[in-house]
Write a protein that binds this ligand. Structure first.
Ligand code: ADP
Ligand code: ZN
Ligand code: ZN
Length: 731
């Protein structure tokens, strides 16, 4: 037999099928991973078909080894990989890689096993003892121990006794291998409480369940109990013998969610996300592949999970940016979910308190059935939102980062023994180091980005490439020793809180404090157990947490995300404020939100204050319609980069010329076309340029296809170029 193999080598030159002969006795199937000789190396490859003869003229090489017992790829995932390669113009090898855990490649992890010892079946202890020489006390003890305790690991026996080896040689005990399962979050036991669905939740579930294979958008305010709806639908799905996948944003995969699902589905749940150890991820993945786990909860990449009989796919917090892969291979999670659910006739369910304007629009056009849950499940009221004009605070002589209103309310919360969350939008507002004399700002040597000051390590860090620099003692430009820090980081907020409220117990949660896997769990658990009064954090604290004792949320600076120069700035700000506010008053205590801003009259802030998604949507969709932005047009960006500035410019011109021709060919479909430097001009030593376009109308797909063709043929060796479609961010 012959195997058609895609070798796991990322190069356009080898992006095709190679035939290999399958040696006798090797059970190679479509979907198997194999080791094959390739260009004098041993590489891994995916078998995409088998056949009885090859049309290749020369001598065929042979498959060296079969890497897994069970083919890693299913029939469906193979098809999907091929679809993705076509759809997103990526190499098939690149697309196939998405379907297995990264650590499986190159055999970097394998099953975890232990050597176990047992007594031979069907022989009594007395019988076995007869086989021993007189005086072998220790060997006799081993037999007795096994007889009493059942099978033991060799390690345990060797620690307690000697003589195991000779027992084995005599055939008086048997040694075998046991696979262990590394179960993530085993420390999180299933304690979550079961609740009875309220009337709205039941109605929503009924609608979803009565229409298998339907597509739904569940718009439910924060705290409306979407999770319970998901759980109910997953139960039904399992009842029918099907599997379910629930995607959550990486930072939304909180211990609370895991606990709730563990309690509900026990060992049927597999958890997939990047915080797991390699071994854990490997084991979870195989539990899914073998069909042992039929409920998958995971971040973006779980959309590729190898489930069979998919019955339901949920994308929770569908508005989250992280559902788009912004580095190669670029793909949109929702498109993949749509493909998979269509293939299985499965239900697709998107959920959010603040759906993307585009998604809500598509629902209004009938693409999704819209389901609404307008009230909180436990009848808790949505919090009251108070806006504070920070310009006035300054005029009144308050230069602190806390307005009078926020200070007063914090004081009250502390005195009542309740809890508060303080949120800062670190992304646009990190502490930078500036020379007071000449205005010099510390930047990364490899990226066109200002460095962020980290007080606890006394270091400057680049958030794009991770480079670290010593803190400046004098200005490299003018030699002045007057160096100061600007901006508001989580660390500074914590310091100022300590000054102001010395008795308050403060916790911080951001990228720095959650580097290791369990940090997230530790911090949220501490806070949930009321071991702290105030939690200060970035975007991370905005998602999914349910802390019933939190009655105050402070948004220290609500404007900043409005200044991001892309068309999603409005919806991002609205969504962020709504999500953060949604953390307040979830229990029986009423909550409030203090929103500090320098632009209190901005329409989006007013809409966010009212917390009415529908009004926000009406406003935003009319802006998009009037200005021709998605969903009424498609934003395209070609990003060109190279370590050489000239090469990058050269490449930019080579791509731009044929795109210009396209515009001449379809003049009515281009709203905008121009080339320019990218907003961040250099990242990781590479100079960056962009071609920006907005296209609309029936020829859009055609135009995108032709741009891909240009990109496949034009870029040279030292420059790279790729296309982004409605990019989620454009730095
Ligand atoms: P969402 O994801 O919509 O923001 P959650 O699913 O996190 O909301 O639910 C919010 C809170 O309401 C949780 O504490 C949950 O246990 C509770 N809850 C959900 N459904 C019910 C219900 N039917 N009865 C009582 N409490 C509920
Ligand atoms: Zn200076
Ligand atoms: Zn850098």
């Amino acid at each position: 037999m012959i195997a058609e193999v895609i070798v796991d080598v990322l190069s356009a030159n080898v992006d095709r099928v190679f035939d290999y002969e399958i040696p006798e006795g090797l059970d190679v199937k479509r979907g198997s991973r194999v080791a094959v000789p390739f260009a004098n190396r041993n590489v891994e490859g995916f078998v995409i078909a088998t056949k009885s003869c090859s049309s290749f003229g020369g001598n065929l090489k042979r498959v060296r080894a079969l890497l897994d017992e069970l083919p890693a790829l299913t029939e469906e995932t193979l098809e999907l990989a091929q679809y993705m390669a076509r759809r997103y113009h990526i190499l098939l090898a690149e697309s196939l890689r998405l379907f297995i855990p990264a650590e499986m490649r190159g055999g970097r992890v394998s099953e975890k096993t232990v050597a176990m010892v047992r007594l031979p079946v069907g022989r009594s202890l007395e019988e076995l003892k007869v086989g021993l020489r007189k005086g072998s006390v220790s060997q006799e003890r081993i037999l007795e121990y096994l007889s009493e305790n059942g099978d033991c690991s060799t390690a345990e026996l060797n620690e307690r006794f000697s003589g195991l080896r000779s027992l084995e040689k005599k055939g008086l005990v048997e040694i075998y291998t046991l696979s262990l399962n590394r179960e993530p979050y085993h420390e999180v036991s299933g304690r979550g409480k079961a609740v009875e669905l309220n009337e709205i939740q039941s109605q929503v579930c009924e609608q979803i369940l009565s229409q298998p294979g339907g597509r739904f958008l569940l718009h439910g305010v924060t705290g409306s109990g979407k999770t319970e709806v998901y759980i109910r639908c997953i139960h039904e799905c399992l009842q029918l013998g099907n599997s379910a996948i629930m995607l959550v944003p990486e930072i939304g995969l909180t211990p609370q969610v895991v606990r709730r699902f563990r309690a509900e589905f026990g060992g049927q749940v597999a958890i997939l996300h990047s915080g797991l150890s390699k071994g854990e991820r490997f084991d979870e993945w195989w539990r899914i592949r073998r069909g042992a786990a039929r409920v998958v909860v995971g971040a973006r990449s779980a959309v590729f999970a190898p489930v069979e009989n998919l019955g339901l796919l949920i994308i929770d917090e569908e508005h989250e940016q992280s559902y788009n892969s912004e580095s190669s291979p670029r793909y949109r999670t929702e498109e993949i979910a749509a493909y998979r659910t269509a293939r299985h006739g499965a239900t697709l369910l998107l959920g959010s308190a603040t759906p993307l304007v585009e998604t809500y629009y598509r629902a209004s056009q009938g693409e999704f059935k819209l389901l609404e849950m307008a009230e909180r499940a436990n009848h808790a009221e949505l919090p009251e939102v108070v806006t504070v004009d920070m310009r006035r605070e300054i005029r009144q002589g308050n230069n602190s980062i806390f307005s009078q209103e926020l200070s007063d309310r914090l004081e009250q919360v502390l005195s009542r023994g309740e809890q508060a969350l303080l949120f800062i939008n670190r992304r646009g507002y990190s502490p930078v180091v500036v020379c007071s004399e000449c205005g010099y700002v510390a930047k990364c040597a490899d990226c066109d980005v200002t460095l962020t000051y980290h007080r606890d390590e006394e270091l400057l860090k680049c958030h794009y490439c991770g480079a670290k620099y010593h803190m400046l003692t004098e200005c490299p430009a003018c030699g002045s020793k007057h160096i100061r820090q600007n901006g508001l980081g989580t660390q500074r907020v914590v310091e100022q809180l300590r000054e102001r409220f010395p008795k308050a117990r403060v916790l911080r949660m951001d990228n720095d404090t959650t580097q290791n896997k369990d940090a997230h769990l530790t911090i949220t658990t501490k806070f949930a157990n009321r071991e702290a009064d105030i939690l200060v954090g970035t975007q991370m604290i905005a998602k999914g947490h349910d802390f019933p004792n939190v009655t105050l949320v402070g948004i220290l600076d609500a404007d900043l995300s409005l200044y991001f120069s892309d068309y999603r700035a409005n919806e991002r700000t609205f969504s962020l404020i709504t999500q953060v506010s949604g953390r307040a008053g979830r229990g029986y205590l009423k909550g409030s939100v203090v929103l500090q801003t320098h632009t209190p009259n901005h329409p989006i802030l007013k809409l966010a204050r009212e917390g009415d998604y529908r009004s926000f949507y009406e406003y935003e969709i009319s802006v998009r319609r009037a200005t021709f932005f998605p969903p009424f047009a498609t934003v395209l960006r070609v990003m060109v980069s190279s370590e050489s500035d000239e090469e990058a410019v050269e490449c930019l011109k080579r791509v731009f010329a044929p795109v210009m021709e396209l515009k001449k060919k379809y003049p009515d479909h281009f709203l905008f076309l121009n080339k320019m430097k990218a907003p961040v001009k250099r990242i990781m030593k590479r100079y960056r340029y962009q071609i920006l376009m907005r296209v609309y109308g029936a020829m859009t797909e055609q135009i995108i296809g032709q741009i891909y063709d240009v990109l496949d043929s034009v870029p040279g060796k030292s420059a790279s170029a790729y296309l982004e479609i409605n990019p989620a961010s454009m730095y």
